[in-house]
Structure formats: C-alpha cells, structure tokens
Design a protein around this ligand. Structure first.
Ligand code: GAL
Length: 997
C-alpha cells in the first residue's frame, strides 16, 4: 500500500477538499503545531505495525517539533540535509525511488471541543516534503502530495469528541520528488503548520475579491467570486472605509460592485482596504488592493503604467530551520529589500508560506508567484521521459497549478503566475497555462523555458548577455534561444530576465550595464537577481567550530558544493557589497548633474517625491566644508525636474567633491528618516595636493647588511623595504594573481577573452575558467629575481624580474626610493614583456605588515569594496573601518575588499600613513587582509583559514572585473585586465603608533 503511494503519479488522494483561498475567518481553527511524537526509519517500515491505531504505544518514540525538518534536529541518525542543483540525488528511474527512502512517522493527540464537532472538519497541511499519508483514529483519510502546496482533507466522519490521534507517515522520496527538483536543499518533514479547520454548515467556502482599478476614471471595482451553497446566502461584501456594503441574496446575484473613487495599489504605494465577506455564520477578513494588470503590446502594465522590476529571487530559508516559515525573519528580509530599492520578488521556485504574500501586499512588492515544479534533472537525458510532456503526469501538473492559484489568488502583490522552473517544455505545462488563463484572465503566465512563447505571455530568459538583450529587442534571432524567425514575434511581447547577475561569492559585476538596457530597450521590464540570500546551514566541525555548511558538508554522496550560496545576503544575514551596488544602481530616484543643474528623475511606478528630502555637502580632500538642503518640488512618478546647484568657492588646492543625497523624510516601516535612497557625486575641482618637495642630499648608507635611507631600512640583497621607523615590514612584491572568486573559478559559461561578446549565443566562446587560465600561465607562482639594487645620490633603485617557472614572459618592476620633506617616497613601474596571453587577475604590489592589525582609515572610495564593473555605489570620501570588516566572509573564502582610487591610507596602530599620487603614478586600489592569496585560495570555508601570519596590504593599480561567470556572462572585455604597464607614486610617513583610530 505504502509503496504504491510512494510511486503514484497522481495528485494526492483520499478525502481531498477542493483548494481555496487562505483568508482569515471567524470559523474556529486549531493549530496543531507543537511537540509531536516521531520515529525515524531509514526505509519504509514493514506494514502491519498498526502505528496509526489510537492504542498504538508510541512511548519509545522521540519528540519532534512540528513544523520542522527532521534532518535539522541535530540528530545525525535521522539523516542529513542533501544539496544538489540539477541532479536528482537518486537514480533516474521515474516514478521509482530507492528502497532506502527515509521515513518519518508522526503522531499527535488532540482534543476536540463540541463546538468544533458541530461542523465539517478538515485537516489542512500547508507543507510536507514529499508525501504524507494521514490517518485519523486509525483510519486513512488521505494522501498529500505537492510539498509546498496546501491540501485539506475531510476528517468529519473520523473525528470524535475528546481525544483524537492523528498519524502522519512522511516519505522523503516519492514520484512527486521528480517534480520538485529545485536547486536547493532536500529537507524532508512536516515543515509548515497542520491545522484543524471547522467549516460551518452554511459557511462561505471560498472567495475571490478581484479588485480592478480604472486608471482613467480613478475608480475601483470589485469582481467578487463566491463559492458557497445557496443556503449560505445572503452574503454581504463590506469595505467600511469606502462606505461599500453590498448584499447578495443568492449566488445568481453575485456580480461586480462599483466602489467609487479609490487609491490604487502598487508596489510603491501599497494601499490596502480592509474587506469583509460575511453571512449569518461566518465572516472572512481580507485586504484588498485595487489594481489592473494587463499586457498591451510589448508592455506589461499595472494601472496603465509599464512595470519596472528591480527584483530578486527568493527561496524560503533559515540557517537553522530550513524552509520553516518565520514571519518576523521574513519581514526583516523584506524590509532590507525595501531599503535596498528592491521592488519585486520571484518566489523561486515554489509558492512560499501564504503569509509571505500578506507581507508583500502590505510592504509593496511586485511578485511572481511560482509553482512548485522543477524537473531539471531530465536535462541530462535530453529531456527524455520528462514528466512535463507525459500524459500520465498531466493531472498532477494541473492539480499543482490549481492549488497554487486558489490559495493565493486574492493577493494584489501577485502580478504574474509562473508555472515553475526549468522543467523543459511540454503539453502538461501548456495545459497548466491554459487552466490559468481560463481561471484568471488578468494576470500573465510566466514560464522561462517556454522559449518559443507557445503558452506563456512574458518572454523570459536567464543570464542573457547584453548583446542578447539588444538582439531580442530588435527581433533578431542569432542571439536567442528561440528558433530563428520566432524572435521577431517575441519582440512584440514584454521581456524580463527572471534570473540575472549570479550573486555567488564576490560579484556579480555589470549591474549598471543591465540597468542601462532596461532603461532603453522598450520590451525589457527589468529582472530578478539570482539570488537574495546564501543558504548555508549552520553546523560545526568535529571540534565544535561553528560554520555555515554547503553541499558536501553533510556527507552527501552527490552534491553541488557552494552553488547553494549565491545570494546578495550571506547565510548569517550580512548584506554583501553587491547588495549595496544593486541598491545604488536600481534606485528609482535618479540624480544627475546636467547642464549646471541637478536633475531629479522619479522612476517610481507611483508616488511623487514628497516623502523624500534632498541634501548636498561639499568635501575638500574628504573633509566637509559646506552643506545644505535642496528645495526640490515634488516630482510626480515618471517625471523629471531640475533645480539649480548651490554655488561654491573654488579653493586653491585640493580635490573638491560634492555629494547629493536623496533621503527619506519620515520614518517608513523599513527605514528611519534619513535613509539614503539615492546619491550621486560631482567632482568640482580636481587639483590634488602634489607630492611635496624632495629632500636633498641624503644618499643611502649600507649599515649592518641593510641600506638605510632616512628612517627606512632595505635588505641589502633583495632591496626590499624591511623597516620604516619602528615598523617592520617586507616588500613590495609584485602580485598578478588573486584568490579566485567563484566567478573566476567556474566556467559553465563561455568567455569573452578571445572573442567578441556577440559571437556565441551566450557570449564569447568556451574557455577554461579564469582560475585555470591564470594558473596555466603561472600567475599564482611568480618567481622573483633581483636584477639590481643600486644606491645613488638621494636614491635607492631596485629592479626585480618576476616570472613563472617554465614561462618566458616576465614583468620587470623598478622601484625608486627617495626622501621627500614629508616622508619616504616610492616611485615604481611594472613593465610586462611581450606576449602575455589572456588577462591578469590584478597588477599590484604587496607589502607584508605585522600580524594582528585591526584598524584602518582611508581617503579614497568606499565604504564598500568596489571593482571595475561594480563601482556605482562607491563614493569618494574619508572612511574608517576595522580591518576585519574590510573583507566579506563569503561562504568560500575568495578575493574581497579592493577599494579603488586610494589617496591616503592610515594604519594607526603602526603610526603609518601612505599617500598615493596621480602625478607620476596611478591611484591604486588597496586591500588589507589578514591572509595571503594562497591561504585564501586554499580555504574552502572561512574557518579553514590558518592563523594569520601578517597583515597584507595590496596596492593594485588594476584588478580584473568580477563578471557573473559562475552562472552567467563573463567579465565584459572593457572590465578585463589585459597585461599592461603600471605605475605607482607613493609616500610613506611614520609617526607615533596609536592603539586605535
Ligand atoms: C538557474 C536556476 C536556479 C539556480 C541558478 C544557479 O538555472 O533556475 O534555480 O540553479 O540557475 O544558481
């Protein structure tokens, strides 16, 4: 019996109740969440034990909390989480699954009051992975499939007064698993609530309050749909705030209600009205948002205005509890999104907990609600046997879309239904789309893999290149995945990137380049970053060191490593620099200095700028010299205004920057007043203080095996600076390699290195990863040879040759040390020999400083790190930080912390100050870190980094950009670092060391 339930292709079975909306009701409910009895079995237990019987003795069982995943209970004997991306974690043998099918038996006892027993009684399961067989008081009441979908079972005839015993058997694997192959952890168990629902005899079974908004008349209209027996009438719909009350005497009377003038709902102004649907026995409580979703030509519009999606893909996740919903945490995440100018969420790749949509309605997000469907593993067999095109699975597909839609249909935030993700193509998907269109004529159907646009309404792609975006917009086929000829048709439809900018590790770069195309190509509506958050699971090493584990950390036989950590927010909820970059780029308030005025461009969907304040400040060499407020009249959505710029007095010397900021004027649910929504900088004067005068006279002396110049000592043989004042150091050393980012070390996507971006459908041409290419030419293993160390009048000149073993290409570095009136000067050049292939990771000089430094202050760019293709958020200014915080603790240690355009750097604990000059050099970026490149490159987790041996300072004249190649386009050619010459002009000063800044 159990076996057939495991391999059944059908939807759930037994006493299933038709799906309906999740709305608050006055009908009594009993939340069965809490401590249940639990028994884990590594494979389905033999039948005949009678575990469902009331009298079964479960005293030998364990306790477990419901909801929870049994593999996250700190009980390794109950199995472990498994992470795979595309692969199924068991043989491809649909609908079969292995005999070793972890099984959880759950039992709970509850009391039923007489009040409840008067009614029909249902048991609602909100989420169980992957199949649940439920019995009440020893009798089977149904089988639940569709892990992230709600299902109600009718238990009226089994429920008894007083004590009732519910038994639920959950198998981790089932035929349904073949439909749930999302790139995520496999986490079995009852992970959402189980609720007992009583349904009054004449209750209102279901309601859909479609709320339309007429933008011309500025009026709202309700299009109610009510499911109830005739005996449930009269039924009244009431919107008190609008003075609307309409009673329908019978089902035939149910029809549109004109509610008069209303404020529309949008993600920017999420205006909700409270509605009641009520009759003699029950009142349903809903929140209604009036809005109209439509596709007009190639525009996807809400309330008559084209949508612009500044989105993220969001999984349900918590580092300790997996997909168990936590309202407060979800809200916190959504507030951070709002603070980061994110206005759209794709619920990748399943309908989340229903309360997520309440939050999205209330805070304001455009949401694509995605179905619980992914069969990606079939791609390895060229989609042979894909359930999406097999009539045997059709009912199951239709059942999924029906339950997805019916549960969530009332939410104004949902502006599209997505069938699922990466499930190939086929008739069952077409049937789902047809079902949705018949049921909801308004909201468009999304499904990325319908490349030809056969049954979906929105042209959706993933990780496309900029060239592809342009070609698709022009209706040209050569750069798209659709069959030639089809693209011209598709260009008449709205387009989105349902995934782009793969935020794995450090990256993705080129956020601003996409923004520019979304701003200019008419069919494009924006996209959704892959993805919101890393999904490491908190675990610990054998000796108790806590860390966030990813694929392979739980003994999986097959896994996809750190691919489960590709978010803009780390597992511990720390935002990464990419989130800062994304917020700066996608801000809907664009500030631009144009023709001597400041232009304020309000690209919000709705709402003027009356909720914002505008301010400016001038900083001379990073120190504020003036500031003020700007009087900007409210700019309506979709419009621009310009205002005059404040005047300023031109100083004789220095770099004068003006920063404009647009901040929230009042406290918002997501931010306090003063939160920066947008900013821009203008360089008013670029007359940096030049290098001071050279000191005359002093010629280096050779003292005890070292050249001495002022208070600096240089190794007599290597010419390395080994001491400055009281500071011990070593260097500089040329570095061309960096600890590879995950975008450097993965190469599923082609490269632009020897190809034009437009030469391949995915850009560039196949090539090994950057990490491999760089190691191939030996950037990670440079040998140094001292060419000469020469002392002359007032100068020490050091020449080094750097080259990898077996390779003839080299870089010659010439360092000239001298004394200025204010300190020690270094002027350096690095000149490559000819024929270096490919690119370099960096061109930098490394100084090894004492271990354990904790503080830094600088005048340069910040506050976040920045790279060639990720520097829109960076502002020139003075900053200070703990050295530890200069680096982002990605799930896998990698390059991090480069801040371009250094002018000054101060290390107070050493009393050391450095200045970099443009004249005679290039302003380098700096990186300070407690670990060397090989140490970082070696470690797979932060806790594997060895004890620090030094504080390393890199001064990189250039680093290669970041790109998105871990799953997307390569670093664009304009952001690559082609082997080239570099120059530095630095001055070092020492003073009294200070413990802190
Ligand atoms: C997409 C997929 C996502 C995720 C991403 C890579 O193809 O839809 O679920 O796997 O790639 O991280």
């Amino acid at each position: 019996m159990a076996m057939s339930e495991i391999i059944s292709l059908s939807p759930g079975s037994g006493r299933r109740v038709p799906p309906r909306a999740r709305v608050a009701t006055t009908a009594p409910q009993l939340d069965l969440s809490g401590t249940w009895r639990f028994r884990f079995s590594p494979r389905p237990p033999a039948p005949g034990e009678g575990v469902a019987a009331v009298e079964f003795d479960d005293s030998a069982w364990d306790d477990i909390e419901v909801p929870a995943h049994w593999v996250l209970q700190g009980r390794p004997e109950w199995g472990q989480p498994i992470y795979t991306n595309v692969s199924y974690p068991f043989p491809m043998d649909a609908p079969h699954v292995p005999d070793d099918n972890p099984t959880g038996d759950y039992r709970v006892t509850f009391e039923l009051s007489d009040e409840m027993l008067d009614h029909q009684l249902y048991l609602r399961f909100d989420g169980v992975e992957s199949v649940a067989i439920a019995s009440l008081n020893g009798t089977r009441v149904g089988v639940v499939r569709g892990s992230r979908l709600a299902q109600e079972l009718d238990i009226t005839s089994e429920a008894r007064p007083g004590r009732n015993v519910l038994h639920v058997r959950v198998h981790q694997w089932s035929a349904a698993t073949y439909l749930e192959n999302q790139d995520q952890w496999w986490l079995p168990g009852i992970f959402r609530a189980v609720t007992l629902i009583s349904r009054p005899e004449h209750g209102i079974e279901d309601v859909w309050l479609r709320a339309d908004y007429d933008t011309v008349a500025e009026r709202g209209r309700l299009l109610p749909e009510v499911r109830a027996t005739e005996s449930a009438f009269p039924i009244t719909v009431r919107l008190e705030e609008l003075g609307v009350e309409q009673t329908f005497a019978s089902s035939r009377e149910v029809g549109p209600i004109d509610v008069g003038p209303v404020e529309p709902w949008s993600a920017d102004v999420p205006r909700l009205y409270r509605a009641e649907v009520t009759n003699a026995v029950e009142t349903l409580d809903l929140r209604v948002g009036f809005r109209r979703v439509e596709i007009v030509g190639h525009e996807w519009r809400v309330n008559g205005r084209k949508l612009r999606l500044r989105g993220v893909n969001k999984h349900e996740y918590d580092p300790d509890h997996g997909r168990v919903f936590d309202r407060e945490q979800t809200r916190e995440a959504m507030l951070l999104m709002k603070r980061s100018n994110i206005n759209a969420i794709r619920t990748s790749h399943y309908p989340p907990h229903p309360e997520f949509f309440d939050l999205a309605d209330e805070l304001g997000f455009w949401v694509i609600n995605e179905g619980d469907l992914e069969t990606h593993g079939f791609v390895y067999d060229n989609w042979v046997g894909n359930p999406s095109d097999d009539p045997l699975w059709r009912d199951s597909y239709l059942d999924r879309v029906e339950r997805q839609f019916e549960r969530d249909k009332n939410h104004p935030c949902i502006v599209s239904w997505s069938l699922g993700n990466e499930s190939g193509s086929g008739e069952n998907l077409a049937a789902m789309a047809a079902w949705l269109k018949a049921r909801d004529p308004e909201r468009p159907v999304h499904y990325e893999s319908d490349y030809e646009g056969r049954y979906s309404d929105i042209v959706s792609r993933m990780y496309s290149t900029l060239e592809q975006l342009r070609a698709m917009s022009a209706g040209l086929g050569q750069n798209d995945i659709a069959t030639p000829g089809r693209t011209a048709k598709l260009a008449q439809r709205p387009m989105i990137l349902c995934e782009y900018l793969h935020a794995m590790g450090n990256g993705a770069g080129a956020v601003a380049d996409y923004e520019e195309l979304f701003d200019t190509l008419p069919q494009w509506h924006g996209g959704f970053v892959w993805e919101w958050r890393d999904h490491g699971l908190r675990t610990s090493t054998q000796n108790g060191q806590e860390f966030y584990g990813y694929g392979g950390d739980f003994g999986e036989e097959l896994h996809d490593g750190s691919f489960v950590c590709d978010g803009m927010v780390l597992s511990d909820f720390t935002p990464t620099p990419m989130l800062t970059e994304y917020a700066a780029v996608v801000t809907p308030i664009k500030l631009r200095v144009k023709d001597g005025r400041l232009e304020v461009d309000n690209r919000r969907h709705a709402g003027d700028t009356a909720d914002l304040r505008f301010r400016w400040r001038d900083e001379l060499d990073g120190r504020e010299v003036a500031s003020g407020k700007l009087d900007v009249p409210p700019v309506p959505a979709g419009e621009q205004r310009t205002v005059p710029l404040p005047g300023f007095t031109r100083p004789d010397q220095g770099e004068l920057w003006r920063t404009f900021e647009c901040v929230s004027a009042r406290d918002e649910p997501w931010a306090v007043a003063g939160h920066v929504v947008s900013s821009t900088q203008q360089l008013l004067q670029d007359n940096p203080t030049p290098l001071g005068r050279a000191a005359v006279g002093e010629t280096p002396d050779l003292v005890e095996g070292a050249w001495v110049l002022g208070d600096a000592r240089f190794d007599a043989v290597s010419g390395d600076l080994i001491q400055l004042g009281s500071v011990q150091m070593a260097g500089p050393h040329l570095e061309l390699f960096r600890a590879p980012t995950e975008n450097d070390s993965l190469s599923a996507f082609p490269s632009y290195v020897d190809a034009e971006p437009s030469t391949h459908p995915n850009g560039g041409k196949p090539a090994p990863s950057w990490d491999e290419q760089w190691r191939q030419v030996g950037l990670d293993r440079l040998h140094r040879r001292v060419i000469s160390v020469t002392a002359g009048p007032g100068l020490l000149t050091v020449r080094h040759r750097y080259a990898p073993a077996a390779i003839s290409q080299a870089v010659t570095v010439e360092l000239t040390w001298s004394l200025g009136e204010e300190g020690l000067r270094m002027s350096a050049t690095a000149v490559p020999s000819e024929n270096w292939p490919g690119t370099w990771a960096r061109i930098g000089l490394r100084f090894d400083l004492p271990a354990g430094l904790t503080q830094a202050a600088w005048f340069g760019t910040g506050p976040s790190d920045n790279y060639a293709d990720s520097a829109i958020a960076a502002r020139v200014g003075r900053y200070e930080s703990a050295i530890e915080d200069l680096i982002t603790q990605y799930a896998v240690p990698q390059e991090s912390g480069h801040r371009g355009g250094m002018r000054e750097l101060r290390l107070p604990e050493l009393g050391l100050e450095m200045r970099a000059f443009k004249a005679g050099g290039e302003r380098p970026g700096f990186t300070l870190r407690a670990h060397s490149v090989p140490e970082v490159a070696e470690a797979r987790h932060p806790h594997e980094l060895p004890p620090s041996k030094a504080t390393y300072l890199w001064l990189d004249v250039q680093q290669q950009g970041l790109g998105s190649r871990s799953c997307g386009p390569d670093v664009r050619p304009e952001y690559m670092l082609r082997p080239r010459m570099a120059q530095w002009a630095l001055e070092f000063r020492t003073g009294e060391p200070r413990p802190s800044l």
